[in-house]
Design a protein around this ligand. Structure first.
Ligand SMILES: NC(=O)c1ccc[n+]([C@@H]2O[C@H](COP(=O)([O-])OP(=O)(O)OC[C@H]3O[C@@H](n4cnc5c(N)ncnc54)[C@H](OP(=O)(O)O)[C@@H]3O)[C@@H](O)[C@H]2O)c1
Length: 328
């Protein structure tokens, strides 16, 4: 069987993304073959394209999609041919119509969640799940607590604004324009700060009555690190989970002592979804919060698979908000 797929032959800019035809075979043990209905676009795809996260070439990109299971290999018991399904998964390869992949991270998609929503929410929603539920300061988070969340109008960001509100947290969101700040507020952020015009750490101190927040969720990295540290209260946790502006350079750990016995972690979704059981438990939590209506998945951009270069350009130029999908 043939499938259109997006591949790079070397790391580089969006111009390296090429639509090609690939041969797709039968699933082996522990694998499925899935025919995609929609594909999710994620910032991590740009790291894999540029080589910030290096891979062997050639590389078929993409970490998130939804579709219909066509065939299952030996030993796969949680899926069968004909099932609606969605996933966030390694290895990359989701930018295509049809693929064979490990079944472990693929979940059945509830009938009342559309394929487009499924494709947009798995990587970003499962990330929000492990951040807000499992990446916590030593004393945990209680309703009413402040948390700081950078890039709050992005894909992960708009899901986090809603989910934090549902948990009773006061999420202070940052974003790069006033329009994006409005969007974060409309999705449940308690406060929004335009960090391209304001000193966000100073504003966080004002909003929290001088105390600072218990946790900063920072996916921007290099540009926000210093302000994130300054936004924390003593014993606070800095969770650096992305490199939107570039990776954080090496730091002197003495800084954590002088700023108040702080904690720093650098988590990744892929540790959290390393087993079938953990993936399903997190997905069930995500499905439930979406089915309850407390979190809606805001798909703000759609691009045809053939326009994937433009999708990458827009994502990297900070032109997108919410989630983006590639249509097939
Ligand atoms: N570790 C994990 O498990 C994990 C999982 C999923 C995602 N992530 C990370 O979470 C972040 C959000 O992912 P996403 O797919 O939802 O992307 P996104 O938030 O929709 O897009 C990235 C956003 O980062 C902000 N940004 C700040 N400085 C930037 C710069 N110099 N260049 C480009 N963007 C910049 C922009 O928002 P403003 O204009 O508002 O600043 C931009 O819209 C990414 O860093 C991603 O790598 C990590």
């Amino acid at each position: 069987m043939l499938s259109k797929a997006v591949r790079i032959d070397r790391h580089g800019g969006p111009e390296e993304l090429k639509v090609v035809e690939v041969e797709v075979g039968e699933p082996g043990p522990g694998e499925i073959r899935i025919r995609h209905k929609a594909v999710g676009l994620n910032f991590i795809d740009t790291y894999q394209r540029t080589g910030l996260y290096p891979f062997q070439m050639p590389l078929q990109l993409g970490m998130e999609a939804s579709g219909i299971v066509e065939a299952v290999g030996e030993g796969v018991t949680h899926l069968k041919a004909g099932d609606r399904a969605a996933y966030a998964s390694q290895p990359p390869g989701a930018y295509c119509e049809l693929r064979v992949m490990p079944a472990k991270c693929v979940c059945r998609l509830p009938d009342d969640i559309s394929f487009e929503t499924g494709a947009a929410m798995m990587l970003k929603g499962l990330t929000t799940q492990y951040l807000l539920k499992k990446t916590l300061p030593a004393e945990g988070l209680q309703p009413g607590d402040f948390v700081l969340f950078h890039a709050a109008a992005g894909g992960v960001g708009l899901i986090a604004c809603q989910w934090a509100k549902a948990l009773g947290l006061q999420l202070i969101g940052t974003a790069g324009s006033d329009a994006k700040c409005k969007l974060a507020l409309a999705h449940g952020a308690a406060h929004a700060i335009n960090y391209s015009t304001e000193n966000f750490a100073a504003r966080v101190k004002e909003i929290t009555g001088g105390k600072g927040v218990k946790v900063v969720y920072d996916s921007v990295g290099k540009d926000t690190f210093e302000g994130s540290v300054d936004s924390l209260r003593p014993f606070g946790l800095l969770a650096i989970f992305g490199n939107g502006s570039g990776p954080v350079p090496p730091v002197n750990l003495g800084l954590l002592a002088s700023k108040g016995s702080l904690y720093v972690t650098r988590p990744t979704l892929f540790t959290h979804i390393a087993t079938r059981e953990s993936t399903q438990a997190m997905a069930d939590d995500l499905f439930a919060v979406v089915q309850s209506g407390a979190v809606t998945i805001p798909i703000e951009q759609r691009y045809a698979l053939a326009d994937v270069q433009q999708a990458h350009r827009d994502l990297e130029a900070r032109k997108t908000t919410g989630c983006t999908i590639l249509t097939l």
